[in-house]
Ligand binder design. Structure first.
Ligand code: NCD
Length: 307
């Protein structure tokens, strides 16, 4: 059902597709942990074009390709590609499209993954388009929630931090809405979830509350999804200075939250989760990062029709 498809936005997924991705990821996780040598993508090539910094997303896509037996070619920074000579994105994409079977792209411009998909014959996966979407992060977030909580629906999820520029929350909110969770958006007024997204989510039936009060939100939430203030998206750094450090979750905040609360973060964290939270049993952010491998294996294999 996902064969040959572009993955551009979390809003595109059906529940059936999500369930297939999660079940496939489960199988790959088991096989990797069993030490199986997997060759489902033998003979295929994946391009990772990263025009913005990344550790987890690029490396887990490349690890996923490698664990499936596919080869990888990569642009790890814009400065090392012909983009630095002024080449347009469509021209870069048309070129790379002729070398590989699937393109994974991260680019600072919102809508860039759609542009890439318009010019590529092969499937394109959006690994982050500016402040737009980051659908594969949302998939691994859902996989993590399923594993940590044993269920995907009927929960309250607090999203904390930079909801304006944070593409991971733009994506995850669509999936949480699909699973009928209640969402509480916690941010400073200047970093609220974009109104068009909130309206779209409500039109899809989502229950959403917006507040500045993190403590109150955490007392009522089963999961808190913390985000970094996206410094690189601010035109005016003095505006960043005003909001940096707005919300910090430390061990004391966790103790006051709803018992058993799961703490998630797409990483990298800067100062928004204190290190004294790391040995809290519900601190899921490093497990979350590891889950990216299995989910990206599943996605690559399904898109190539070889899962
Ligand atoms: C996120 C991103 O790039 O949007 N990182 C990631 O992919 N795990 C979050 C961030 O940079 O704050």
């Amino acid at each position: 059902m996902l064969k040959g498809k572009d993955i551009l936005s979390a809003a595109q997924f059906s529940l059936d597709e999500l369930n297939t991705i999660m079940d496939t990821a489960d199988r790959y996780e088991k096989r990797v942990k069993d030490g199986d040598v997997i060759r489902d993508l033998e003979g295929l090539l994946v391009a990772t074009l990263f025009f913005e910094p990344s550790t987890r997303t690029r490396l887990s896509f490349e690890a996923a390709a490698g664990r499936l037996g596919a080869g990888v070619i990569s642009v790890a920074e814009a400065a090392s590609s012909a983009a630095a000579k002024g080449e347009s994105l469509p021209d870069t994409v048309r070129t790379v499209d002729g070398y590989v079977d699937v393109i994974v792209i991260r680019h600072p411009a919102e809508g860039s993954a759609q542009v890439a998909a318009d010019y590529a014959r092969n499937p394109v996966i959006n690994a982050g388009d500016g402040a737009g979407q980051h659908p594969t992060q949302a998939l691994l977030d859902v996989y993590t929630i399923r594993k940590e909580k044993g269920t995907l629906g009927e929960q309250t999820v607090a999203f904390v931090g930079d909801l304006k520029f944070g593409r991971t929350v733009h994506s995850l909110a669509y999936l949480m809405a699909l699973y009928r969770n209640k969402m509480v958006f916690v941010s400073p007024p200047s970093l609220q979830m974009p109104a068009d997204i909130t309206a779209d989510l409500r039109a899809r039936g989502a229950t959403i509350e917006e507040t500045e009060d993190m403590e109150e939100a955490l007392a009522a939430s089963d999961i808190v999804y913390v985000t970094r203030i996206q410094k690189e998206r601010f035109d005016d750094l003095s505006e960043y200075e005003k909001v940096r450090g707005s919300y910090v979750i430390d061990r004391a905040a966790v103790e006051r939250a709803k018992p058993g609360i799961t703490v998630m973060h797409p990483l990298p964290r800067v100062d928004e989760i204190a290190s004294d939270v790391d040995d809290y049993a519900g601190a899921a952010y490093f497990r979350q990062a590891h889950n990216g491998l299995y989910v990206r294996m599943a996605l690559l294999a399904l898109i190539m029709g070889r899962a």
